[in-house]
Design a protein around this ligand. Structure first.
Ligand SMILES: [Zn+2]
Length: 483
C-alpha cells in the first residue's frame, strides 16, 4: 500500500506511445490557418489545435510530473510571458523527460523543455534565455509556415505529426509514424526549421523580454555559444535544438551586442534553479544508489554548496538512508527555514518514516505560509491518501482544481484516487474521464462520463456539469472523425 519512493508517484507517470492512428484519417483540410502574409488564424482555432497537439505529445512521450519541477518551469515561463510582447497570450510550459538538449514551441503557445536542456544549462538566465527565445517564435508567429504545410492533413494527424517532429521522433520514420507519412513529416520538419531571419528575430525579441524581466540577457548568447561549441566537440552528435534552431557565430555576436545594450547587472541565477537541477539529476539517475554515490563525492568536494547538499539529502533518502537525508535537510532548513522544496522533501521523508502526524503538520504549515502552492498541495494530497484521510485529500484536491493551472494529469489522478475511496462514484468517473482526456483518449473519456450519467443520487447541478462536459468530448470526437 505504502509507496516505496515518492518519485514512483510523481516522476514515473509514464504515458508511452499508445498505438496511435497516423495515416488512418486523411482527406479534408485544416481550418484556414492563414498565410505567411500575416492574416491570422482565429484564437479559438489555434487553442483547439494546441490542445490537440498537447494530447499528442502526452501520447508520444513521457512528461515530468514532479510537482517542484513543473511549478518552477511554469513560474519562470509566466514571468517571461508577463514581460513579453503579448502578456495576455495563454502559454503552457511543460518538461519532457528526454536527455537530449532541446526545447520547442508548438501551436497554441505550448512550449516544451527537455530535461537534458535543464541539466545542461549552467544557470537560470541560460534556461530563461532559451524559453524567451521560444516564446518569441510564438509571439512572432514563426510557426505559420508549419501550419501551412500541415494543411493538407486532418487536424489530429497534423497535430500528431508536428508533435512527433518536434520530439525528434520523425528523424527515424519507423519510430514515430507509418512510412507513408514520412514524406509529409519531412515537409513539416523543413517548415519547422526556422529561417535565419526567424532566429535573429526570436533572439532580438527574446533578449528584450529577458531584460524587462530583470534576468541577465547574456544568458541567451551564453547558452547558444556553448551549444555551438559542443557541435565541434561531438561531431555528428549535434544537440537536437540546433537542428531546428541553427546557431551561427554571426547570430551569437549579434545577440551579445544586444545584451550589452541592455546592460549587465541583472539576475544571473537563483538558488531555486540549482535546487531543481540537482533534484532532476537525482531523480533521473539510473538508480538511487548511483546518485547517492555521485552526490557523496560531490559533497566531499564542495561541502558548502547548498544545491549539492540538497542533492545528497534527496539521493540518500531515495537510497533508503533516511537518517542522513533528514540530518542534511534539517541543516538546510536551519539556514533557510521557509524554502518550500526543503519543507516538502522533509515532510515526504517523515511520511516514509511513518511519522505521519509530523509530516502532515509540516505540509499544513507550509500551505499556511504559501497558500495555493501547487507542489505542496499535491504532496499534501498524496500524503493524506497514504495516511488514510481520503476525505481530506478529496477536499484538498477539489480546492486546487478551482485554479486552471492546476488542471494537470497528476491532480486529476489524485482526484480519482481520493474520490474512489471517499467520494461518490460518479466523481471518480469524472476524474478518470479527465485523465483519459488529457492522455488523448476521447472514447474512454466519453465512456467514463456516460457511465457517470447512469448513476443516481447526484444533484441537478452536478448532472448538468457532467452532461455539458460529455457533450464537449463528443463534439470533439465528432470533429476528429469528420476530418
Ligand atoms: Zn529558434
Amino acid at each position: 500500500m505504502k509507496p516505496r519512493h515518492i518519485p514512483a508517484l510523481f516522476l514515473a507517470l509514464a504515458l508511452t506511445t499508445a498505438g496511435s492512428s497516423h495515416g488512418q484519417v486523411t482527406g479534408s483540410q485544416l481550418p484556414d490557418f492563414g498565410d505567411s502574409s500575416g492574416s491570422l488564424i482565429s484564437p479559438a482555432q489555434e487553442r483547439e489545435f494546441g490542445a490537440m497537439f498537447m494530447r499528442s505529445i502526452r501520447a508520444q512521450t513521457t512528461l515530468v510530473n514532479d510537482p517542484h519541477t513543473v511549478n518552477y518551469v511554469r513560474q519562470l515561463g509566466d514571468r517571461l510571458v508577463t514581460y513579453s510582447d503579448t502578456p495576455g497570450y495563454p502559454f503552457t510550459f511543460f518538461v519532457v523527460q528526454d536527455p537530449s538538449v532541446n526545447a520547442f514551441a508548438g501551436p497554441g503557445g505550448y512550449i516544451g523543455i527537455h530535461t537534458g536542456l535543464i541539466l545542461t544549462a549552467e544557470n537560470e538566465s541560460e534556461l530563461a534565455g532559451v524559453m524567451a527565445h521560444e516564446i518569441a517564435h510564438v509571439t512572432q508567429r514563426h510557426l505559420l509556415r508549419a501550419y501551412e504545410s500541415a494543411s493538407q492533413m486532418s487536424l489530429p494527424t497534423a497535430a500528431a505529426m508536428i508533435a512527433a517532429v518536434l520530439l525528434g521522433a520523425a528523424t527515424d520514420p519507423g519510430a514515430g509514424m507509418a512510412a507513408a507519412s514520412a514524406v509529409q513529416a519531412g515537409n513539416i520538419q523543413r517548415q519547422l526549421n526556422f529561417t535565419r531571419a526567424n532566429e535573429k528575430e526570436a533572439d532580438r525579441i527574446g533578449i528584450q523580454t529577458l531584460g524587462r524581466s530583470g534576468i541577465d540577457p547574456f544568458g541567451m548568447p551564453a547558452f547558444f555559444e556553448r551549444l555551438h561549441q559542443s557541435t565541434r566537440l561531438y561531431g555528428n552528435n549535434v544537440p537536437e535544438f540546433l537542428l531546428t534552431h541553427p546557431v551561427t557565430s554571426d547570430r551569437i555576436a549579434e545577440s551579445v551586442q544586444r545584451a550589452e545594450e541592455l546592460g549587465r547587472g541583472k539576475e544571473r541565477n537563483t538558488l531555486e534553479f540549482d535546487l531543481i537541477k540537482a533534484r532532476l539529476d537525482v531523480m533521473l539517475a539510473d538508480s538511487p544508489r548511483t546518485s547517492a554515490d555521485k552526490y557523496q563525492k560531490l559533497f566531499k568536494q564542495q561541502p558548502h554548496n547548498v544545491a549539492t547538499k540538497y542533492g545528497l539529502a534527496l539521493a540518500s533518502m531515495l537510497n533508503g538512508d533516511r537518517a542522513t537525508g533528514k540530518k542534511l535537510l534539517n541543516q538546510l532548513m536551519a539556514e533557510d527555514p521557509d524554502r518550500i522544496i526543503y519543507r516538502t522533501t522533509l515532510a515526504n521523508l517523515e511520511m516514509e518514516n511513518d511519522q505521519t502526524t509530523a509530516a502532515l503538520k509540516l505540509f499544513r504549515d507550509t500551505l499556511a505560509l504559501y497558500p495555493g502552492d501547487l507542489a505542496t498541495g499535491q504532496y499534501y494530497t498524496a500524503a493524506l491518501i497514504q495516511a488514510g484521510q481520503a476525505d481530506k485529500a478529496r477536499k484538498q484536491v477539489l480546492t486546487m482544481l478551482k485554479k486552471p493551472e492546476a488542471h494537470t494529469m497528476t491532480n486529476y489522478e489524485l482526484w480519482a484516487k481520493a474520490s474512489s475511496i471517499s467520494g461518490p462514484q460518479w466523481e471518480t468517473r469524472q476524474a478518470t474521464a479527465e485523465v483519459y482526456y488529457l492522455a488523448g483518449n476521447l472514447p474512454l473519456a466519453i465512456d467514463q462520463l456516460e457511465q457517470a450519467m447512469k448513476m443516481d443520487g447526484m444533484s441537478q447541478y452536478v448532472r448538468a456539469r457532467i452532461q455539458a462536459r460529455l457533450e464537449e468530448f463528443k463534439r470533439e470526437l465528432l470533429e476528429q472523425k469528420e476530418e
